[in-house]
Design a protein around this ligand. Structure first.
Ligand SMILES: Cc1ncc(COP(=O)(O)O)c(C=O)c1O
Length: 406
């Protein structure tokens, strides 16, 4: 499919509605993205035609469901250019991927006094799992500082590394301020000291081409619902050498080879990490979402969204009362802002009346919002089905907010 915005918008039924009497403008893509018809149809087809449990059935429906489930694993492997499907673990989302790593990697490799480095712009889901590990095992959490533009202070990163540093976990693209972090460089420095790195790819997988082998990251987590797939499904990529040594995160069916009361042997990768009946329908739905993204082409998506970011930044910067939070040189299509001293919640509420969906608050990144000494932001996050015309309407909406609060 060549990049035809009208055709693309037509693929997303939800975009056709009005909200509060106005055409819906959906600028909350960083929270979750909308679903193309093909994903919705794939879910319906699964439940109507071959709903069945996988991996343990000899019958037709089970075999078909198993094939489709494992097809998605192959699609994910290609999508992020992993080496093997056994390195692709299906989880609930980015949050579970990070929790799994902190817990299982932590159990296998970290001890009291070992250090884990994260950055000051992490999502709570890349902070709290490491704090849980700190409380459980006594590891020490160190934080890479971030400057006033919202960029990681790169030189400070290497200074944090000591002999006790055993893991680095950083966000690829910030959901609250849009910064694209230099993860390749971070990984390469960490590897100089033989420290493995997890990349939180929740916001990068939907917007830029991911190549885990090129990045050479050791773990990479992302969420299906942000890559136009269903909720409740996500991916943890992990290098085989680590996954093999890690203990299972949960115990139950499917993750075992043999069970006696005395001893259990675990299944091969990746099943060792997929205990119980998985989220079959949504894994298959994720496969349809990846196919859809591939038909548009990630390069086209990135290019189009960069255009929206430049246009939006220029347009909104023309409003004197508006202050953009997060002005990094390398940014994805997220614009966080404040309007005068109007509370973000008030701005968001008025924009909603105009049919514009934005997110307000700290966006699950309280530490970086606190660093800016602000109560939160209004966040407009764009995606490839948004248009410059919609950004114009946002601009007019913000001007209306200003008039109302004058
Ligand atoms: C950067 C980042 N990391 C992690 C997450 C958590 O993703 P999920 O809630 O899908 O597990 C999000 C969700 O907004 C995010 O933006």
């Amino acid at each position: 499919m060549a990049f035809n915005i009208n055709k693309i918008r037509n693929n997303f039924p939800i975009l056709k509605q009005t909200v509060n009497g106005k055409p819906l403008i959906y600028f909350d893509n960083a929270a979750t993205s909308q679903k193309p018809q093909i994903v919705i149809d794939t879910l319906k087809e699964y439940y109507e035609e071959y709903n069945s449990n996988i991996h343990r059935g000899v019958h037709f429906l089970s075999a078909k469901a198993t094939d489709r489930y494992e097809d998605t694993r192959r699609k994910v492997k290609e999508f992020i250019n992993a080496k093997e499907t056994s390195e692709i673990v299906f989880v609930k989302g980015t949050t579970e991927g990070i929790n799994l790593t902190a817990s299982s990697y932590g159990d296998a490799f970290l001890k009291a006094g070992d250090e884990v480095i994260i950055s000051a712009m992490e999502h709570h889901s890349n902070i709290v799992p490491w704090q849980l590990l700190r409380d459980k095992k006594g590891v020490v959490l160190k934080i890479i500082p971030v400057n006033d533009e919202g960029e990681i202070i790169f030189e400070e990163f290497e200074k944090l590394i000591t002999k006790r540093t055993k893991f680095v976990s950083v966000v690829h693209i910030s959901n609250s301020i849009g910064t694209i972090n230099p993860v390749k460089e971070i990984i390469s420095i960490a590897h100089k000291y033989k420290i493995p790195v997890l990349i939180d790819g929740a916001q990068s997988a939907p917007h830029i081409k991911i190549d885990v082998r090129e990045l050479d990251c050791d773990f990479f987590a992302f969420s299906g619902h942000k890559v136009f797939g269903p909720t409740g499904i996500g991916v943890l990529y992990g290098k085989r050498e680590f996954l093999e040594k890690m203990r299972p995160y949960q115990g139950g069916g499917d993750m075992i080879k043999t069970v006696t009361f005395e001893k259990t042997t675990y299944n091969d990768l990746p099943y060792k990490f997929e205990a119980g009946t998985p989220n079959i329908a949504d894994v298959i739905g994720l496969g349809a979402a990846i196919d859809y993204v591939n038909t548009i082409g990630m390069e086209n998506i990135t290019e189009y969204e960069n255009g929206l970011l430049s246009y939006g930044t220029e347009k909104l910067s023309q409003i004197p009362e508006l202050r953009i939070i997060g002005t990094a040189k390398h940014k994805a299509s997220v614009i966080s802002f404040l309007v005068g001293d109007i509370h973000p919640y008030d701005t968001g509420t008025i924009l909603d009346q105009l049919g514009i969906a934005v997110r307000t608050g700290v966006h699950c990144t309280q530490p970086i919002i606190d660093q800016f000494k602000i109560p939160g932001t209004v966040r407009a996050s764009f995606c490839f089905y948004n248009t410059k015309e919609e950004i114009d309407v946002l601009g007019l909406g913000i001007k209306k907010v200003i008039r109302m609060f004058k």
